[in-house]
Design a protein around this ligand. Structure first.
Ligand code: NAI
Length: 256
């Protein structure tokens, strides 16, 4: 059995992943805003530091895999704080614990939204690891009525970070596979308000076409997350794996 840490573990994709890993006999440290094994707010530096400190305590200093699942989709700068900076801080902060683990693997849940239009200023600031500037750019996007760009930009940024970081000495060099999974539309509390309103449902269906099986359930993502973070995954790293019922292929099928 392995020891995993999952953020956003009490709802949606994180909860389904935690349940599957536990059924497989692994130990999972469940982190979330409140409750679970580790309560930490990943929107701010103090919460990110608390997550790492508590994880070190509970794990005895070694983890075999980390799944950064916590995320929000608000038309607000907090979305880039949590989805990009919170996820990167989770993975970077826990990297020393992974380096002490066996067959270590790391994963972040991105989104097919990363291929939608983004705000270059948010993405550039995130690329530069400048949270103040990224939040200012997100605020500006919200103020000019383009709040939806904050989510796509946060997911594009974290996916770019995975692709840049994974081959480096800190990750591949330390034997740690690092990937993103990009879901399409998943039926969770995050999307429920959008899908319950016929007006936004129509927008979502146009933006994220899912010809294979339609909207997905969190339980359908969990096996992929579990495999990518298992010892069986010896070769896949630096990838954004689209698990989106064909949405990416519809939206940009010419790109390989
Ligand atoms: P969810 O809302 O069911 O779960 C998200 C979890 O993150 C919750 O347990 C929540 O408490 C936690 N969280 C939120 N803010 C936090 C903070 N500041 N600190 C710590 N934890 C926090 O959502 P879902 O759908 O399971 O989303 C999981 C991930 O999947 C997110 O990163 C989301 O962006 C991504 N995703 C979801 C899709 C969907 O259609 N539901 C599609 C593509 C990506």
């Amino acid at each position: 059995p392995r020891t995993y840490l999952v953020t956003g573990a009490l709802s949606g994709i994180g909860a389904a992943t935690t349940a599957l890993l536990r059924r497989q006999g692994h130990t999972v440290l469940a982190a979330d805003l409140e409750g679970g094994d580790i309560a930490a707010d990943l929107s701010a530096p103090e919460g990110r530091a608390a997550l790492v400190a508590r994880a070190r305590e509970l794990s005895g200093g070694r983890l075999d895999a980390v799944v950064a699942c916590a995320g929000v989709a608000h038309f607000d700068p907090v979305t880039v704080r949590i989805n990009h900076f919170g996820a990167v801080a989770t993975l970077e902060g826990l990297r020393p614990l992974l380096a002490a683990g066996s067959d270590p693997r790391a994963l972040v849940v991105g989104s097919v939204d990363a291929v939608h239009p983004t705000d270059p200023a948010i993405v550039a600031a995130a690329d530069a690891d400048d949270e103040t500037e990224a939040v200012a750019a997100a605020r500006a996007a919200v103020d000019r009525g383009e709040g939806h760009l904050v989510y796509s930009s946060s997911k594009a940024a974290v996916s770019r970070w995975v692709r840049r970081a994974a081959p480096g000495d800190a990750w591949a060099g330390a034997g740690i596979a690092l990937n993103a999974v990009a879901p399409g539309v998943v039926l969770t509390p995050l999307t429920k308000p959008l899908l319950d309103d016929p007006a936004t449902l129509a927008l979502v269906e146009r933006a994220v076409p899912m010809p294979l099986h339609g909207h997905s359930r969190p339980e359908q993502l969990a096996p992929l997350v579990a495999w990518l973070t298992s010892p069986e995954n010896a070769l896949v790293t630096g990838q954004v794996v689209f698990a989106d019922g064909g949405a990416d292929a519809v939206l940009r099928g010419d790109r390989v």
